[in-house]
Design a protein around this ligand. Sequence first.
Ligand SMILES: CC/C=C\CC(=O)SCCNC(=O)CCNC(=O)[C@H](O)C(C)(C)COP(=O)(O)OP(=O)(O)OC[C@H]1O[C@@H](n2cnc3c(N)ncnc32)[C@H](O)[C@@H]1OP(=O)(O)O
Length: 718
Amino acid sequence: MVDYSVNGSVAVLMVNNPPVNALGHAVRVGLKTGIERGAKDSRVRSIIIIGKGQTFPAGADIREFGKPSKEPWLTAVGNLIKTCSKPVVAAIHGTCLGGGLEIALFSHYRIAVSSARVGFPEVTLGLLPGAGGSQRLSRLTGLPVAMEMISSGRHVPARKAKEYGIIDEIVSGDLLKTALKFAQEVQSRPFKDRCLRYKVVPNADRVEEYASAALTQVKKKYKGFEAPVACVQAVRSSAELSYEEGMKRERDLFLQLGQSGQAKAQQYAFFAERAVTKWQMPGGSYKTAKPLPVRSTAVIGAGTMGSGIAVCLLSAGLPVYLLEQNEKFLQSGVKLIESIMAGSVKLGKVSMETAKRAATLLKPTLSYDDIKDVDLVIEAVFENLDIKKEVFSKLDKICKPSAILCTNTSTIDINRISSATSRPEKVVGTHFFAPAYHMKLLENIYGTKTSPEAVATVMKLGKTINKVPVLVKSCHGFLANRMNAPFSSEAIFLVEEGASPQEVDQVNEDFGMPMGPFKVRDLSGIDISWRINREVAKVLGTSITKETRFLGGNRYCGLNDDFYDKGRYGRKTGKGWYLYEKVGGKTAVADPEAEEIINSYRQSRGIVKRKITPQEIFERQFYSAINEGFRILEEGICNMPEEIDISWIYGFSYPKYRGGPMFYASQIGLQRVYDRICHYHETCPYSIHWVPNRLLKKLAENNVPFTQWANHVSKSKM
Ligand SMILES: CC/C=C\CC(=O)SCCNC(=O)CCNC(=O)[C@H](O)C(C)(C)COP(=O)(O)OP(=O)(O)OC[C@H]1O[C@@H](n2cnc3c(N)ncnc32)[C@H](O)[C@@H]1OP(=O)(O)O
């Protein structure tokens, strides 16, 4: 795991643990042995630590977390480096992260290639640097930078790291050769004072000021997360305590976080995010299917979604034809794209260069002829089957045979859309979440005839445009919206029965959702849900009236319709479930007029308002969604619970520190979840979503551990 060799007077410790040279037990043993050997080796006057393959160690081996830790610990290896009688040089390329950066900071010198990145991403795993990183980094960079770097987990590019004082030299050419030269040069220099432990923390007397600014920031930016606060506290201790006491403080905080549910959930989410890249479908998988090259694209429809999707493609450097049916709609889409880009530049999310390039890559057009040669088309027109079929029939006639034809439908079965073409194998769903340029989930959907090649292409596209792609099998509503349906229906039913929108939103926000369901409705537009309900009714061959209490055999609540009738569409009209400071305002306050609408709705239907507890609000929304999640698994719409959890984290901003609804269910205990679902099935009889799922029942009865749920998923689609 660590190869020892001697080149002239320099010992080279080459870490060899692909893919990311994680500092697992064997690597730690190898480093310890290597340093001890180098120290004793009479030929050797300096030592290099370097990574083989793509990177310097990118951190501790996360798979070892939660298992009994085996010596030597990282701190012990680091102390050996620090106290070595010969200078140690860390030669960095790739990603020098977490434990990797700890090793580098224990070393006496750090050189790096310009493409390298360094950072302490432990916070993203619910932890903090646990081998003294919080104590050493602040001695190098000062408190504000250390607090920001460690609490954000940001990867810092090598040049910036040099400015911060983390890297001594940026080098070019062959890293090992340059490192050998560097290591020879430092042999004649005194190096004991290079040990960071003896440095003083710059401006330590201003620690209170820095810590309070950092805490205010992290509490706002990472609301609900425990680790960022602990990161600031650990760095703070480097200025307030002696080195030894600071190390102990860091250790205590590390152990505290390590035992928290948040760390467990965040580490689960780390691996879940990687698991979903290993997609499978009938006839193919990530291993067997090759993506087609995507060098040019088109987006059909320049509305909010189409323009947002175009921004994603343009930001990744892809040329985009933006196609609309008339000049007015086209120009409004172009304006929207320009304003999104300008906003992103202002927020520092996109560089000025990227925005300028995007402007040259955008090709607005009214003609289908212009898109005949593009590699990939994304349709983003109105959510109506007839309109979509018309678009796909045109695309089928005009686009080159190899083109991949994608639809941004949020609910419609892909098979119904692809039936309008002569090439259903090229048709695939690419469902973006609003706002498309911001939300990271890309729900890719395959129909019965979609080819693995088409799927491979959109899975790769997702990565290219910096999204998290999750593959699901087509059905009405797919994964995310199918689970969201009971979640959001229950929110309205709860208000119908007696809760206020504020109470429901509060429960959701206390749990960690960034916005409650009524604030979300006001944001997305009450007129939109009104229209969607009418579309659903149309598909079911019925219509919605004031008397409608059931739709498709399911309970229906007309409260949304009453708000619509009063012209209260949400933020866009300055009032909806809440009142806003102005049309398009963002500050939601409770509105007596809204309360009046709700009260008269209840009265007109003879509903006697009852007090509803926060626990009931929580269970009715989340447990109904979880029940649907098991149905989705049972039907083989997705392959594993990780796909559901990642969809919620990146599609609905579900708090990552809770892992996702399925992981959360496993933590509560499936038997309890199942029992509560049975309870609501009895007490809320008119909603199909409360019929207790059989797979959930089976897993609960057999006490099947979370890691084995996937083995019980329907294999019918494989
Ligand atoms: C006392 C405690 C001391 C230290 C604490 C720590 O060091 S905590 C760990 C800190 N490090 C990290 O959090 C880095 C995590 N990894 C990454 O961010 C990315 O993997 C990385 C290094 C930027 C590379 O990204 P890339 O997109 O190239 O690869 P990918 O993420 O798909 O990873 C490839 C496979 O490697 C596995 N993996 C990555 N990092 C670790 C790790 N630290 N431990 C164990 N395994 C790791 C990852 O799961 C992938 O595996 P696969 O089976 O192929 O899905």
